[in-house]
Design a protein around this ligand. Structure first.
Ligand code: BGC
Length: 756
């Protein structure tokens, strides 16, 4: 491969210097880096330091005609030189608006690294970042998994870790080494257009799955050529805007912030996540990018996070332009640096670097402050092995886009899809069923994948995923073409032809109704109402009026309300955004090849203004008649049916009372009482009877997904500590209080006490 050879030759001299320098150092890798980093920082100019802290987007170095990028995209050598040689930028991100083949990525990354290493004084490689949030979604031919919310519905950290590990492999196969994932904010406000990028509403589930994802990306040894640096984002509280609109204010009391929103970040930091991205929005009136409390006091001093912190897109500038806390862009830079920012995703110019240099020269920021950030950035570059392996090559990754990876994606989708209703066991469909499939999501890859798929908004997926199968195509593969007719009926927002649907439904045995949402993320995904569109509601009513059993399949990134149409359906399958293998996965479940085992990672609301999470307070249950029925979602958190049935029995606890150091062991028997093999997620909830801060009705404290053959019984054991029942007390500190608790598993309960 030509580029590779060219690069290898040009890098040879640099490598030799490194080998000689490194071989003299102590064996301990970390120490070896530290000494090297000290030397580098000592010899760096102020401009080089500010450069390392600057991140620009790829567009800045691509050839343009006016404001438009010239297709096919090509690096403009002069612009690149300005960026990496003149300004010494430490990082580049993104694609130029659409996905590339691996060879193109190789060319881009190797051209950048070649110049950064060959033409600069210090030969520091650039760190290249990308949003590979459900597989390497900016590389054509890569394996695309369910989005994070769907992954959460598997309740299986092994599958989440595997998906991350394959993503890391395929990202390195695309010559990129830094992934802006996982999202560790909790999805507790379903209107938010990035709800589907979360692991759902529960902190324990997000803790476990976030950690698994970081481990999948970074592996045991991050310097291995199959691993990427993860990025815990968006630190923190971003996912909870009061209005539900993206990048709008969150009002989070410190108690709640610490108990719900920080733990997934703490777990990811403990797991070694190398970088963090800052919340674009504000909490309690303070933009996160200016919060020393968040970026230094908590992240560094409490969480002991060792990696570097990058801003989100243009967010330092927005402190002036949008948040209005900085009177100038220069003041914005000072505010962010004072708070603890290490790298600014500027990303369209070099202004950050210019202002930073001025601020140091004016004595407003000390140069040692820059040293701290540069040290953190260089540590990550060393840890990733970028000095030795600045570029990785597609040919070294033979499993890219392989059948093995495709199967892993399909299995993840199959284990995520959640059966929410199955009246009279209408599903699975019999082998020779005649089906009408209808709806805007029936024959498109767009609603299966959502945003961040080949493009930012994910609206061009049908042009890219041409070899992938929609729900319609997959169902035809399973049932036979002659058994499946199709009438789109409506787009996501407007009716096409209900008459056609009526006619074709009258000739079918079943109607498979595919509704949901088109792709979106961030601001363009803001909505004013969780209700399903009128057009889709009308289509559902038409399907319902046919008198044929209706199987509703939902592909959506947030729970659009189905209250009005649920009664018309016989079965409901929540598919979330299942990715490129979503079609075959849904077809396998509809036809019974696969027994569904997904469970909701959030509460599916019934009404748009009744958004109560499962871990609500007791007062939230009180209804208008002073009864206790106010909590009345469409489907509860943790809910999901199977084609078999499970019976729980014999819940045991090792003692009645526990002291601080004691182990609490809870065991329960689970039996498959149906006729087919199935999987069940055993969920342990604990209720604190009385506490100094109002307790939730229950909290998820442990879970385990198990597989059971017909008639098979297994005992599941959970081991907890009293501190697992801790909460953030009145003084904003964690506390484990004495008192009575109830453990609840599968309808069984056991009381226990925590004592001094
Ligand atoms: C998003 C981030 C993303 C970044 C880089 C921002 O607009 O909020 O999640 O990582 O862009 O693409």
């Amino acid at each position: 491969m030509e580029i590779r050879k060219k690069l290898s030759r040009s890098l040879l001299i640099v490598f030799i210097t490194h080998v000689i320098v490194l071989s003299g150092f102590a064996q301990n890798m970390a120490e070896r880096y530290e000494e090297k980093i000290d030397n580098t920082i000592q010899s760096m100019t102020l401009k080089e330091k500010a450069g390392q802290m600057t991140q620009i987007t790829l567009d800045v170095i691509l050839k343009k005609d006016g404001d438009s990028l010239i297709e096919p995209h090509q690096i403009d050598e002069e612009k690149l030189r300005k960026a990496v040689v003149d300004y010494g930028v430490g990082s580049i991100l993104n694609c130029g608006g659409h996905a590339y083949p691996r060879e193109k990525w190789l060319k881009i990354v190797s051209t950048i690294q070649n110049m950064a290493i060959k033409e600069t004084r210090l030969n520091i490689p650039v760190i290249y970042g990308i949003d590979a949030i459900h597989g390497m979604n900016y590389t054509t031919g890569a394996t695309l998994f369910p989005q994070q919310l769907g992954q959460a519905a598997t309740w299986d950290p092994k599958l989440v870790k595997q998906a991350a590990s394959i993503t890391a492999y395929e990202t390195r196969a695309s010559s990129i080494h830094w992934n802006f994932s996982p999202v560790l904010g909790l999805g507790r406000t379903p209107l938010w257009p990035r709800f589907w990028e979360t692991f759902g509403e529960d902190v324990h589930l997000a803790n476990v799955l976030g950690e698994a994802m970081v481990k999948g990306y970074e592996g045991e040894s991050i310097s291995g050529k199959e691993k990427v640096a993860s990025c815990m984002k968006h630190y923190a509280g971003y996912s909870m805007p009061l209005s539900g609109k993206d990048r709008t204010p969150a009002w989070l009391p410190e108690r709640m912030f610490r108990e719900y929103f920080l733990p997934p970040f703490q777990k990811a930091a403990n797991a070694g996540s190398l970088t963090a991205m800052i919340n674009s929005a504000e909490i309690n009136g303070i933009p996160a990018h200016t919060s020393e409390f968040l970026l230094t006091d908590i992240l560094r001093n409490e969480m002991n996070f060792k990696g570097f912190v990058v801003s989100d897109w243009e967010d330092v500038k927005y402190l002036h332009d949008r948040h209005k806390v900085a009177a100038t862009h220069k003041e914005a830079v000072k505010m962010a640096i004072d708070a603890g920012l290490d790298m600014s995703m500027v990303p369209n110019d070099f202004s950050f670097s210019k202002y930073l240099i001025e601020l140091v020269k004016e004595g407003k920021i000390r140069e040692e402050r820059l040293d701290k950030s540069v040290r953190r950035i260089l540590r990550v570059k060393y840890a990733l092995g970028l000095f030795d392996t600045p570029v990785t090559y597609p040919e070294d990754y033979p499993k890219f886009g392989s059948e093995e990876f495709r199967k892993a994606s399909q299995k993840t989708a199959e284990e995520s899809i959640t059966l929410l209703k199955n009246k009279h066991d209408v599903l699975p469909l019999p082998e020779n069923a005649n089906v009408l499939i209808t709806g805007p999501a029936a024959n498109s890859m767009v609603p299966l994948n959502g945003g961040w798929t080949y493009t930012w908004q994910g609206l061009e997926t049908d042009k890219y995923a041409t070899d992938k199968k929609t729900i319609l195509e997959s169902l035809r593969n399973k049932l036979g073409k002659e058994h499946v007719t199709y009438a789109k009926g409506a787009t996501f927002d407007s009716v096409l032809s209900l008459e056609e649907v009526k006619k074709k439904a009258s000739m079918a045995d079943y109607v498979v109704l595919c509704l949901g949402e088109t792709a979106y993320t961030e601001k363009p995904g803001d909505i004013n109402d969780l209700a399903l569109s009128q057009a889709q509601t009308d289509l559902a009513k038409t399907a319902g009026q046919s008198g044929k059993p209706v199987i509703l399949v939902l592909t959506e990134g947030r729970p659009r309300l189905i209250r009005e149409i649920e009664e018309l359906t016989d079965a409901v399958l929540m598919a979330y955004l299942p990715g490129n293998e979503g079609g075959p996965a849904i077809a396998n479940i509809i036809t019974g090849k696969v027994n569904p085992s997904g469970e909701l990672p959030f509460t599916y609301p019934r009404y748009s203004n009744d958004l109560i999470t499962y871990d609500h307070k007791h007062t939230e249950r009180i209804d208008a008649t002073n009864g206790e029925n106010a909590y009345n979602p469409q489907y509860p958190f943790g809910y999901g049916l199977s084609y078999t049935s499970f019976e729980y029995s014999d819940l045991k606890i090792n003692k009645d009372a526990f002291k601080e150091k004691d182990e609490i062991k809870l065991s329960v028997k689970v039996k498959n009482t149906g006729k087919r093999e199935g999987k069940e997620t055993v969920q342990l909830y604990i209720s604190d009877h009385y506490a100094s801060v109002t307790p939730s009705v229950k909290r998820l404290r442990a879970f385990e997904k198990i597989a059971l053959k017909p008639k098979e019984e297994k005992t599941v054991t959970f081991t907890l500590k009293p501190s697992d029942m801790a909460f953030v007390g009145r003084n904003n500190k964690w506390i484990t209080e004495e008192g009575m608790f109830t453990a609840k598993i599968g309808g069984l309960e056991k009381e226990f006490e925590i004592t001094k």
